[in-house]
Design a protein around this ligand. Structure first.
Ligand SMILES: NC(=O)c1ccc[n+]([C@@H]2O[C@H](COP(=O)([O-])OP(=O)(O)OC[C@H]3O[C@@H](n4cnc5c(N)ncnc54)[C@H](OP(=O)(O)O)[C@@H]3O)[C@@H](O)[C@H]2O)c1
Length: 230
């Protein structure tokens, strides 16, 4: 199986690379800055070519096009739009930073769609034809009981809207598109007080991902496999 993962140099993305390697999958591991990807390169070096490292910067859409061209002959079974940011701490009522908000939209909402546009041919060539977008419960209207976090919440809500439209637009071609909540995970973003390790997260994520059928397309899936209300 061939899998492409964005934001693969740390956190959940890096653990996905490790897990995929253990499964014997071919991994296209993407990062925005090779100088910030030492751990990823160390894993790739030991993989006998099973893992290749590529540049894909969600703020530089030309890099996505360039990567698509580089991989034009490679089928992709699962494309994981994992790269994401929380955005500025200035995200509370009265102090929301507009520039940071725009950047979060670019990375969290626009780039995932641009990835699918860029890699649609490779996905058609793949067997699983699955697009997994790392969303968050914080993008759910129904789950918002605390307010604030305007930047992160709205950019993940926009991602959810992208997922829903993709699930409709690409259904005839057999492409499955889902939004995933990975749980509250111990990473730079999730912090040390988070509930689960990256390993626990990734094992469960792939258990969910590898059982999807076209009937699941358009779902917003919690880490336990249940549906999250939009
Ligand atoms: N951790 C949680 O509890 C949690 C909960 C819900 C959802 N999520 C979502 O899960 C995903 C992974 O989160 P994480 O906890 O692993 O976060 P993380 O540890 O902060 O890692 C974020 C990853 O995204 C990459 N990234 C950021 N900006 C990028 C850009 N412009 N282009 C390409 N890559 C970029 C980072 O690369 P650099 O190293 O170059 O910055 C890094 O690899 C995110 O989408 C996040 O929103 C996480």
């Amino acid at each position: 199986m061939n899998i492409l993962i964005t934001g693969a140099n740390r956190g959940i993305g890096l653990e996905m690379v490790r897990y995929s390697m253990e499964q014997g999958w071919r991994v296209f591991a993407c990062c925005r800055n090779p100088h910030n990807a030492e751990n990823l390169f160390n894993i790739a070096k030991l993989s006998n070519g099973q893992i290749s490292v590529h540049i894909a910067d969600m703020l530089e859409l030309a890099t996505l096009q360039a990567l698509s061209y580089e991989l034009r002959n490679d089928a992709i079974d699962i494309l994981v739009n994992n790269a994401g940011i929380y955005g500025s701490d200035k995200n509370r009522f009265g102090s929301v930073d507009a520039d940071s908000w725009l950047q979060a939209f670019q990375i969290n909402s626009i780039a995932p769609l641009k990835m699918v546009e860029a890699f649609s041919e490779q996905l058609f060539m793949g067997k699983r034809k699955t697009v997994a977008c790392m969303s968050s419960k914080m993008g759910s209207m129904a789950d918002n009981g605390y307010g604030n976090s305007y930047i992160y919440r709205s950019s993940k809500a926009a991602l959810n809207a992208v997922v829903k439209s993709l699930s409709i637009d690409l259904k005839e071609q057999g492409i499955i598109t889902v939004a995933l909540h990975p749980g509250w995970v111990k990473t730079d973003m999730g912090g040390t007080n988070a509930e689960i390790s990256t390993r626990e997260c990734v094992v469960q994520l792939f258990a969910n991902l590898t059982h999807l059928t076209i009937e699941d397309s358009g779902r917003f899936i919690d880490i336990d496999g249940s549906d999250i209300l939009w």
